[in-house]
Design a protein around this ligand. Structure first.
Ligand SMILES: Nc1ncnc2c1ncn2[C@@H]1O[C@H](COP(=O)(O)OP(=O)(O)OP(=O)(O)O)[C@@H](O)[C@H]1O
Ligand SMILES: [Mg+2]
Length: 360
Protein backbone atom coordinates (compact mmCIF):
# COMPACT_ATOMS: atom_id res chain seq x y z
CA UNK A 1 0.00 0.00 0.00
CA UNK A 2 1.14 3.45 -0.89
CA UNK A 3 1.87 6.68 0.96
CA UNK A 4 0.22 9.83 -0.38
CA UNK A 5 1.71 13.27 -0.06
CA UNK A 6 0.42 16.74 -0.88
CA UNK A 7 2.94 19.57 -1.01
CA UNK A 8 1.81 23.20 -1.07
CA UNK A 9 -1.31 22.36 -3.02
CA UNK A 10 -3.72 25.14 -3.99
CA UNK A 11 -6.86 25.29 -6.07
CA UNK A 12 -9.35 27.95 -7.13
CA UNK A 13 -12.66 27.71 -8.92
CA UNK A 14 -12.66 30.91 -11.00
CA UNK A 15 -11.46 33.55 -8.58
CA UNK A 16 -12.65 31.66 -5.49
CA UNK A 17 -9.77 30.02 -3.64
CA UNK A 18 -11.02 26.70 -2.18
CA UNK A 19 -7.73 25.01 -1.25
CA UNK A 20 -4.99 27.24 0.07
CA UNK A 21 -1.41 25.96 0.24
CA UNK A 22 -2.13 22.60 1.86
CA UNK A 23 0.61 20.12 2.72
CA UNK A 24 0.02 16.75 4.33
CA UNK A 25 1.35 13.22 4.27
CA UNK A 26 -0.71 10.04 4.58
CA UNK A 27 1.46 7.09 5.57
CA UNK A 28 1.24 3.74 3.82
CA UNK A 29 -1.54 1.73 5.45
CA UNK A 30 -2.90 4.68 7.38
CA UNK A 31 -6.58 5.57 7.67
CA UNK A 32 -6.63 9.35 7.42
CA UNK A 33 -9.89 11.25 7.88
CA UNK A 34 -10.53 14.68 6.37
CA UNK A 35 -12.95 16.33 8.77
CA UNK A 36 -14.55 19.74 8.36
CA UNK A 37 -17.81 21.60 7.94
CA UNK A 38 -19.69 21.79 4.67
CA UNK A 39 -17.76 23.76 2.09
CA UNK A 40 -14.40 23.41 3.84
CA UNK A 41 -12.84 21.75 0.79
CA UNK A 42 -12.82 18.08 1.83
CA UNK A 43 -14.28 16.67 -1.38
CA UNK A 44 -12.22 18.98 -3.55
CA UNK A 45 -9.06 17.78 -1.85
CA UNK A 46 -10.05 14.13 -2.28
CA UNK A 47 -11.04 14.64 -5.91
CA UNK A 48 -7.69 16.28 -6.58
CA UNK A 49 -5.97 13.15 -5.26
CA UNK A 50 -8.22 10.95 -7.42
CA UNK A 51 -7.59 13.10 -10.48
CA UNK A 52 -11.21 14.23 -10.84
CA UNK A 53 -10.14 17.85 -10.25
CA UNK A 54 -7.00 19.52 -11.51
CA UNK A 55 -4.40 20.89 -9.10
CA UNK A 56 -3.51 24.57 -9.78
CA UNK A 57 -0.15 24.51 -8.03
CA UNK A 58 1.86 22.25 -5.75
CA UNK A 59 2.76 18.57 -5.95
CA UNK A 60 0.89 15.31 -5.41
CA UNK A 61 2.90 12.16 -4.69
CA UNK A 62 1.20 8.77 -4.78
CA UNK A 63 3.53 5.94 -3.84
CA UNK A 64 6.44 8.40 -4.20
CA UNK A 65 5.54 9.14 -7.84
CA UNK A 66 4.69 12.66 -8.98
CA UNK A 67 1.03 12.26 -9.91
CA UNK A 68 -0.71 15.62 -10.29
CA UNK A 69 -0.56 15.39 -14.07
CA UNK A 70 -1.47 11.70 -14.36
CA UNK A 71 -4.90 10.74 -15.67
CA UNK A 72 -7.24 9.31 -13.01
CA UNK A 73 -6.85 5.78 -14.42
CA UNK A 74 -3.07 5.93 -14.12
CA UNK A 75 -3.10 6.87 -10.45
CA UNK A 76 -4.42 3.49 -9.36
CA UNK A 77 -6.57 4.80 -6.52
CA UNK A 78 -10.21 3.80 -6.02
CA UNK A 79 -12.91 6.19 -4.94
CA UNK A 80 -16.15 5.29 -3.13
CA UNK A 81 -18.87 7.93 -3.11
CA UNK A 82 -21.94 8.68 -1.06
CA UNK A 83 -24.05 7.82 -4.12
CA UNK A 84 -22.78 4.37 -4.89
CA UNK A 85 -24.32 4.35 -8.38
CA UNK A 86 -24.51 0.60 -8.99
CA UNK A 87 -25.76 -0.67 -12.34
CA UNK A 88 -29.35 -1.73 -11.51
CA UNK A 89 -29.64 -4.38 -14.25
CA UNK A 90 -26.42 -6.17 -13.24
CA UNK A 91 -25.87 -8.65 -10.43
CA UNK A 92 -23.58 -7.84 -7.56
CA UNK A 93 -20.96 -10.06 -9.18
CA UNK A 94 -21.18 -8.19 -12.49
CA UNK A 95 -21.18 -4.81 -10.78
CA UNK A 96 -17.94 -5.74 -9.13
CA UNK A 97 -16.42 -7.34 -12.23
CA UNK A 98 -17.44 -4.63 -14.69
CA UNK A 99 -14.43 -2.34 -14.29
CA UNK A 100 -12.01 -5.27 -14.51
CA UNK A 101 -13.58 -6.65 -17.71
CA UNK A 102 -13.23 -3.18 -19.22
CA UNK A 103 -9.48 -3.29 -18.82
CA UNK A 104 -9.32 -6.76 -20.35
CA UNK A 105 -8.39 -8.80 -17.29
CA UNK A 106 -8.68 -12.58 -17.65
CA UNK A 107 -11.94 -14.17 -16.48
CA UNK A 108 -10.12 -16.39 -13.96
CA UNK A 109 -8.37 -13.46 -12.36
CA UNK A 110 -11.64 -11.49 -12.22
CA UNK A 111 -13.46 -14.44 -10.60
CA UNK A 112 -10.74 -14.81 -8.01
CA UNK A 113 -10.74 -11.14 -7.10
CA UNK A 114 -14.53 -10.88 -6.88
CA UNK A 115 -14.66 -14.01 -4.73
CA UNK A 116 -11.97 -12.67 -2.41
CA UNK A 117 -13.65 -9.25 -2.07
CA UNK A 118 -17.04 -10.86 -1.45
CA UNK A 119 -15.50 -13.07 1.22
CA UNK A 120 -13.86 -10.08 2.88
CA UNK A 121 -17.11 -8.14 2.87
CA UNK A 122 -19.19 -11.20 3.85
CA UNK A 123 -21.32 -10.94 0.72
CA UNK A 124 -20.59 -14.27 -0.96
CA UNK A 125 -24.26 -15.28 -0.75
CA UNK A 126 -25.35 -11.97 -2.30
CA UNK A 127 -23.28 -12.24 -5.49
CA UNK A 128 -26.15 -13.24 -7.78
CA UNK A 129 -28.59 -10.61 -6.52
CA UNK A 130 -29.36 -7.31 -8.18
CA UNK A 131 -29.01 -3.97 -6.34
CA UNK A 132 -32.79 -3.63 -5.94
CA UNK A 133 -32.71 -6.83 -3.83
CA UNK A 134 -30.19 -5.39 -1.36
CA UNK A 135 -30.44 -3.13 1.68
CA UNK A 136 -28.74 0.28 1.64
CA UNK A 137 -25.86 -1.03 3.72
CA UNK A 138 -25.38 -4.02 1.43
CA UNK A 139 -25.36 -1.74 -1.62
CA UNK A 140 -22.70 0.37 0.01
CA UNK A 141 -20.66 -2.80 0.58
CA UNK A 142 -20.94 -3.64 -3.11
CA UNK A 143 -19.59 -0.17 -3.90
CA UNK A 144 -16.67 -0.85 -1.55
CA UNK A 145 -16.22 -4.29 -3.15
CA UNK A 146 -16.00 -2.65 -6.55
CA UNK A 147 -13.09 -0.61 -5.19
CA UNK A 148 -11.40 -3.59 -3.51
CA UNK A 149 -11.27 -5.74 -6.67
CA UNK A 150 -9.18 -3.07 -8.38
CA UNK A 151 -6.47 -3.69 -5.78
CA UNK A 152 -5.72 0.02 -5.72
CA UNK A 153 -2.79 1.74 -4.05
CA UNK A 154 -5.24 3.64 -1.87
CA UNK A 155 -8.97 3.91 -1.15
CA UNK A 156 -10.66 7.30 -1.19
CA UNK A 157 -14.04 7.51 0.54
CA UNK A 158 -16.27 10.58 0.24
CA UNK A 159 -18.96 10.43 2.96
CA UNK A 160 -19.73 6.81 2.05
CA UNK A 161 -22.16 6.28 4.92
CA UNK A 162 -24.29 9.40 4.80
CA UNK A 163 -27.15 7.74 2.89
CA UNK A 164 -27.57 5.08 5.57
CA UNK A 165 -29.83 5.32 8.61
CA UNK A 166 -28.22 5.92 12.00
CA UNK A 167 -28.01 2.29 13.19
CA UNK A 168 -26.71 1.02 9.87
CA UNK A 169 -24.18 3.84 9.73
CA UNK A 170 -22.70 2.72 13.03
CA UNK A 171 -22.58 -0.91 11.90
CA UNK A 172 -21.04 -0.13 8.54
CA UNK A 173 -18.52 2.13 10.27
CA UNK A 174 -17.39 -0.78 12.42
CA UNK A 175 -17.18 -3.01 9.32
CA UNK A 176 -15.02 -0.41 7.61
CA UNK A 177 -12.71 -0.27 10.60
CA UNK A 178 -12.42 -4.07 10.54
CA UNK A 179 -11.80 -4.03 6.81
CA UNK A 180 -9.02 -1.51 7.30
CA UNK A 181 -7.47 -3.67 10.01
CA UNK A 182 -7.54 -6.71 7.73
CA UNK A 183 -6.36 -5.04 4.54
CA UNK A 184 -3.87 -2.61 6.04
CA UNK A 185 -4.71 -0.38 3.09
CA UNK A 186 -4.05 3.32 2.76
CA UNK A 187 -7.43 4.99 3.12
CA UNK A 188 -8.56 8.59 3.04
CA UNK A 189 -12.02 9.10 4.40
CA UNK A 190 -13.97 12.35 4.08
CA UNK A 191 -16.69 13.24 6.56
CA UNK A 192 -18.26 16.20 8.34
CA UNK A 193 -19.28 13.87 11.19
CA UNK A 194 -16.84 14.21 14.06
CA UNK A 195 -17.95 10.93 15.67
CA UNK A 196 -17.13 9.06 12.47
CA UNK A 197 -13.76 10.80 12.38
CA UNK A 198 -12.96 10.06 16.02
CA UNK A 199 -13.91 6.37 15.78
CA UNK A 200 -12.33 5.53 12.41
CA UNK A 201 -9.20 7.59 12.04
CA UNK A 202 -5.59 6.80 12.71
CA UNK A 203 -5.16 10.53 12.24
CA UNK A 204 -7.56 13.37 11.48
CA UNK A 205 -6.97 16.38 9.26
CA UNK A 206 -9.31 19.13 10.44
CA UNK A 207 -10.16 21.49 7.59
CA UNK A 208 -11.79 24.89 7.83
CA UNK A 209 -12.00 27.68 5.29
CA UNK A 210 -9.73 25.95 2.75
CA UNK A 211 -6.97 25.51 5.33
CA UNK A 212 -5.72 22.82 7.70
CA UNK A 213 -6.46 23.68 11.32
CA UNK A 214 -4.82 20.60 12.80
CA UNK A 215 -3.46 17.16 11.94
CA UNK A 216 -3.40 14.68 14.79
CA UNK A 217 -4.65 11.45 16.29
CA UNK A 218 -8.26 11.54 17.48
CA UNK A 219 -7.18 11.97 21.09
CA UNK A 220 -4.66 14.70 20.26
CA UNK A 221 -7.36 16.61 18.43
CA UNK A 222 -9.80 16.05 21.28
CA UNK A 223 -7.51 16.74 24.23
CA UNK A 224 -5.24 19.37 22.72
CA UNK A 225 -7.18 21.15 19.98
CA UNK A 226 -4.87 23.47 18.06
CA UNK A 227 -7.43 26.24 17.72
CA UNK A 228 -10.77 27.55 18.93
CA UNK A 229 -12.30 26.15 15.74
CA UNK A 230 -11.09 22.58 16.34
CA UNK A 231 -12.10 22.78 20.00
CA UNK A 232 -15.63 23.72 19.02
CA UNK A 233 -15.96 21.30 16.11
CA UNK A 234 -14.79 18.08 17.75
CA UNK A 235 -16.79 16.58 20.60
CA UNK A 236 -20.49 16.12 21.16
CA UNK A 237 -21.96 17.92 22.96
CA UNK A 238 -19.43 20.59 22.13
CA UNK A 239 -16.91 22.25 24.41
CA UNK A 240 -18.19 25.06 26.65
CA UNK A 241 -16.68 28.48 25.98
CA UNK A 242 -16.72 30.84 28.93
CA UNK A 243 -15.36 34.40 29.04
CA UNK A 244 -12.69 34.91 31.69
CA UNK A 245 -10.28 37.58 32.88
CA UNK A 246 -6.80 36.32 33.55
CA UNK A 247 -5.09 38.20 36.38
CA UNK A 248 -1.64 39.52 35.62
CA UNK A 249 0.00 38.88 38.95
CA UNK A 250 1.57 35.53 38.17
CA UNK A 251 -1.13 33.57 40.04
CA UNK A 252 -2.94 32.54 36.83
CA UNK A 253 -6.30 33.11 38.40
CA UNK A 254 -9.10 33.20 35.84
CA UNK A 255 -12.15 35.13 36.92
CA UNK A 256 -15.51 34.24 35.40
CA UNK A 257 -18.15 36.90 34.78
CA UNK A 258 -20.15 35.64 37.76
CA UNK A 259 -17.25 36.56 40.06
CA UNK A 260 -16.05 33.01 40.73
CA UNK A 261 -12.40 32.21 40.15
CA UNK A 262 -10.23 29.22 39.40
CA UNK A 263 -6.57 28.54 38.84
CA UNK A 264 -5.55 27.93 35.25
CA UNK A 265 -2.12 26.36 35.15
CA UNK A 266 -0.71 27.87 31.95
CA UNK A 267 2.38 29.83 33.03
CA UNK A 268 3.08 31.51 29.69
CA UNK A 269 -0.26 33.34 29.48
CA UNK A 270 -0.25 37.13 29.39
CA UNK A 271 -2.94 38.78 31.49
CA UNK A 272 -6.11 39.77 29.69
CA UNK A 273 -9.46 38.59 28.47
CA UNK A 274 -9.79 35.07 27.07
CA UNK A 275 -12.32 32.43 26.29
CA UNK A 276 -11.92 29.43 28.55
CA UNK A 277 -12.79 26.07 27.00
CA UNK A 278 -14.09 23.24 29.20
CA UNK A 279 -15.73 20.08 27.94
CA UNK A 280 -19.04 19.08 29.54
CA UNK A 281 -17.45 16.00 31.12
CA UNK A 282 -14.91 18.27 32.85
CA UNK A 283 -17.66 20.19 34.68
CA UNK A 284 -19.23 17.94 37.28
CA UNK A 285 -21.95 18.36 39.85
CA UNK A 286 -20.66 18.22 43.45
CA UNK A 287 -23.06 17.04 46.13
CA UNK A 288 -21.02 18.03 49.19
CA UNK A 289 -21.78 21.60 50.22
CA UNK A 290 -18.34 22.11 51.77
CA UNK A 291 -16.33 20.46 49.05
CA UNK A 292 -13.17 22.39 48.23
CA UNK A 293 -13.31 21.79 44.51
CA UNK A 294 -16.52 23.74 43.96
CA UNK A 295 -15.92 26.44 41.35
CA UNK A 296 -19.32 28.05 41.08
CA UNK A 297 -23.04 27.49 41.36
CA UNK A 298 -25.60 27.39 38.59
CA UNK A 299 -29.30 27.02 37.87
CA UNK A 300 -30.31 23.96 35.89
CA UNK A 301 -32.43 24.38 32.77
CA UNK A 302 -32.85 21.36 30.53
CA UNK A 303 -31.90 17.94 31.94
CA UNK A 304 -30.89 15.35 29.33
CA UNK A 305 -30.76 11.79 30.61
CA UNK A 306 -28.51 9.67 28.40
CA UNK A 307 -28.49 6.58 30.61
CA UNK A 308 -24.86 6.32 31.61
CA UNK A 309 -24.64 10.07 32.35
CA UNK A 310 -26.88 13.08 32.57
CA UNK A 311 -26.27 16.39 30.82
CA UNK A 312 -27.35 19.54 32.62
CA UNK A 313 -27.85 22.75 30.65
CA UNK A 314 -26.94 25.32 33.28
CA UNK A 315 -26.94 29.09 33.66
CA UNK A 316 -24.48 30.91 35.93
CA UNK A 317 -25.49 33.98 37.97
CA UNK A 318 -24.34 36.36 35.24
CA UNK A 319 -26.28 34.52 32.53
CA UNK A 320 -23.35 32.48 31.15
CA UNK A 321 -24.67 29.19 29.78
CA UNK A 322 -22.81 25.89 29.96
CA UNK A 323 -23.35 22.16 29.84
CA UNK A 324 -22.28 20.14 32.88
CA UNK A 325 -22.27 16.40 33.50
CA UNK A 326 -23.89 14.48 36.32
CA UNK A 327 -24.10 10.75 36.95
CA UNK A 328 -26.57 8.56 35.09
CA UNK A 329 -28.63 8.23 38.26
CA UNK A 330 -28.75 11.98 38.82
CA UNK A 331 -31.85 13.21 40.60
CA UNK A 332 -31.26 16.80 39.50
CA UNK A 333 -34.27 18.53 38.00
CA UNK A 334 -35.01 21.65 36.02
CA UNK A 335 -34.86 24.69 38.31
CA UNK A 336 -32.42 23.14 40.83
CA UNK A 337 -29.35 24.99 42.05
CA UNK A 338 -26.18 22.91 41.65
CA UNK A 339 -22.56 23.27 42.71
CA UNK A 340 -20.13 22.75 39.84
CA UNK A 341 -16.49 21.66 39.91
CA UNK A 342 -14.22 22.36 36.92
CA UNK A 343 -11.50 19.79 36.25
CA UNK A 344 -8.31 21.88 36.47
CA UNK A 345 -6.41 19.42 34.28
CA UNK A 346 -8.81 19.87 31.36
CA UNK A 347 -8.93 23.63 30.80
CA UNK A 348 -8.07 25.48 27.62
CA UNK A 349 -7.71 29.18 26.89
CA UNK A 350 -8.29 30.82 23.52
CA UNK A 351 -7.12 34.30 22.58
CA UNK A 352 -8.96 36.63 20.25
CA UNK A 353 -7.21 35.18 17.19
CA UNK A 354 -8.47 31.70 18.14
CA UNK A 355 -5.06 30.35 19.23
CA UNK A 356 -5.27 27.63 21.85
CA UNK A 357 -3.36 27.20 25.12
CA UNK A 358 -3.72 24.11 27.27
CA UNK A 359 -3.01 23.39 30.92
CA UNK A 360 0.18 21.45 31.29
N1 LIG B 1 -17.03 22.91 -9.51
C1 LIG B 1 -17.03 23.93 -8.63
N2 LIG B 1 -17.13 25.21 -9.04
C2 LIG B 1 -17.11 26.23 -8.17
N3 LIG B 1 -17.00 26.09 -6.84
C3 LIG B 1 -16.90 24.84 -6.36
C4 LIG B 1 -16.92 23.70 -7.22
N4 LIG B 1 -16.80 22.60 -6.45
C5 LIG B 1 -16.73 23.03 -5.18
N5 LIG B 1 -16.78 24.38 -5.11
C6 LIG B 1 -16.68 25.20 -3.89
O1 LIG B 1 -15.51 24.84 -3.21
C7 LIG B 1 -15.73 24.84 -1.81
C8 LIG B 1 -15.34 23.50 -1.24
O2 LIG B 1 -16.25 22.53 -1.71
P1 LIG B 1 -16.16 21.00 -1.32
O3 LIG B 1 -17.17 20.28 -2.12
O4 LIG B 1 -14.76 20.56 -1.43
O5 LIG B 1 -16.58 21.07 0.20
P2 LIG B 1 -16.85 19.87 1.22
O6 LIG B 1 -15.97 20.15 2.39
O7 LIG B 1 -16.72 18.57 0.54
O8 LIG B 1 -18.35 20.16 1.65
P3 LIG B 1 -19.58 19.10 1.95
O9 LIG B 1 -19.38 18.63 3.36
O10 LIG B 1 -20.77 19.98 1.83
O11 LIG B 1 -19.51 18.01 0.93
C9 LIG B 1 -17.17 25.21 -1.59
O12 LIG B 1 -17.24 26.57 -1.26
C10 LIG B 1 -17.81 24.94 -2.93
O13 LIG B 1 -18.88 25.78 -3.15
MG1 LIG C 1 -18.08 17.03 0.11
Amino acid sequence: MAPIKLENVSKSFGNVNVINDISLAVEAGELMVFLGPSGSGKSTLLRMIAGLETIDSGALMIDDVRSENLAPGQRNVAMVFQNYALYPHMTVRDNMAFGLRNIGMSADEIDARVQEAARMLEMVELLERRPAQLSGGQRQRVAIGRAIVKEPKAFLFDEPLSNLDAALRVRTRVELAQLHNRMKATMIYVTHDQTEAMTLADRIVVLNNCRIEQIGTPMEVYLRPASRFVAGFVGSPGMNFIEVDLAGDGTQIARLNDGSALKVDIPEMAPGRYEMGVRPEAIRVVEDENAEEVTTTATVGVVERLGERTLLYCTLADGTELIATDSGRSETRTGDQVRLAFDATALHLFDEAGNAYHVH
